[in-house]
Design a protein around this ligand. Structure first.
Ligand SMILES: [Zn+2]
Length: 304
């Protein structure tokens, strides 16, 4: 265990006291620090934008091996349906709307945009991965505009959105608070932001470091209180937040690797057939876990 370094402020509470958890396996030699005051964990030093771009372009793809197969799309489709249900459960006035302007930042192959197609007037997706963006374009031809890049900042036009989604992307950003404030700037009056991130505790992050697990590529590690604080610091307020999926500490789905393991078809005694796997994944996706699940889901809005 390394001693706390001075001069490094926690972005959430400003404390400079932290615990060194170990090397972040995907960003070696950068380390993961846990704030001693609020517990928020972040990578330090934060890799430069150029290094991040390079790592996401090369290593991220190689290590994650996400191929756009039927199984991958089925798993993403289930997650999108669960997210759609969460969002409309918190915004019931949107249930019968076909007039929403929706943007998905990090839309991958377009699964979430697809489930919102019947509610939407306009669908915009940002996706930096060329293969994913191309798949999204093919699947949503004529229904969505897919932009093969990171979110534009400042906004390129006057358009603002009713709903902005960011699923499993915020943990990969260098500055989540400013990213969230950008998302709020993109909201129209009454607009909402949906977020999903892995729910990660000191124990799961320690396991990640101890096992030298590669392919996760998280720069920040959220629990509900941390996500809430980030939203508030970005000028937003939480409308609903909850944890979903398998128990955080129950094997074999440790942390954020669960989705990837399922999607890549790793066999185990729990999964004897594709149908059983789909059924189990579907239950997990929709299951709000009072003991603490592996995903945090949140709907929030700008304060004013
Ligand atoms: Zn802190």
């Amino acid at each position: 265990m390394h001693e706390a370094q001075s001069g490094l402020e926690c972005p959430l509470c400003g404390s400079t006291a932290h615990r060194d958890i170990g090397v972040n396996p995907d960003f070696s030699p950068s380390r993961i620090l846990a704030c001693r005051s609020c517990g928020f964990m972040r990578t330090s030093p934060m890799p430069a934008d150029s290094e991040l771009a390079e790592r996401y372009r090369q290593e991220y793809r190689e290590l994650r091996r996400e191929r756009i197969t039927d199984l991958f799309l089925a798993a993403r489709g289930l997650r999108a349906q669960a997210q759609h249900s969460f969002i409309l459960g918190t915004a019931p006035e949107w249930r019968n709307s076909a007039e929403l302007d929706v943007m998905d930042v990090g839309c991958a192959a377009g699964s979430l945009l697809e489930v919102f197609a019947s509610n939407a007037r306009i669908l915009i997706g940002y996706e930096p991965d060329e293969r994913m963006a191309s798949a999204a374009r093919d699947r949503l031809a004529g229904r969505a505009e897919i932009r093969n890049r990171l979110l534009d900042w400042p906004p390129p036009d006057e358009r603002r959105y009713d709903l902005i989604c960011m699923s499993h992307s915020l943990e990969h950003t260098r500055e989540p608070i400013s990213t969230l404030s950008h998302l709020f700037e993109y909201c129209n009056e009454g607009g909402r932001v949906f977020l999903e991130v892995p729910n990660e505790t000191l124990a799961t992050v320690r396991t990640l470091c101890d096992r030298d697990t590669r392919g996760v590529f998280h720069l920040h590690f959220f629990q509900a209180d941390h996500l809430r604080r980030c939203i508030e610091l970005a000028g937003g307020r939480v409308l609903r937040i909850g944890t979903f999926g398998d128990d955080l500490h129950a094997p074999p789905f440790l942390g954020s690797g669960g989705m990837r393991r399922i999607a890549t078809g790793v066999s185990s005694r729990f999964f004897r057939s594709a149908r059983a796997r789909q059924a189990r994944l579907s239950r997990a996706m929709f299951y709000e876990n009072p003991r603490g699940g592996i995903w945090l889901r949140c709907l929030c809005a700008r304060w004013n």
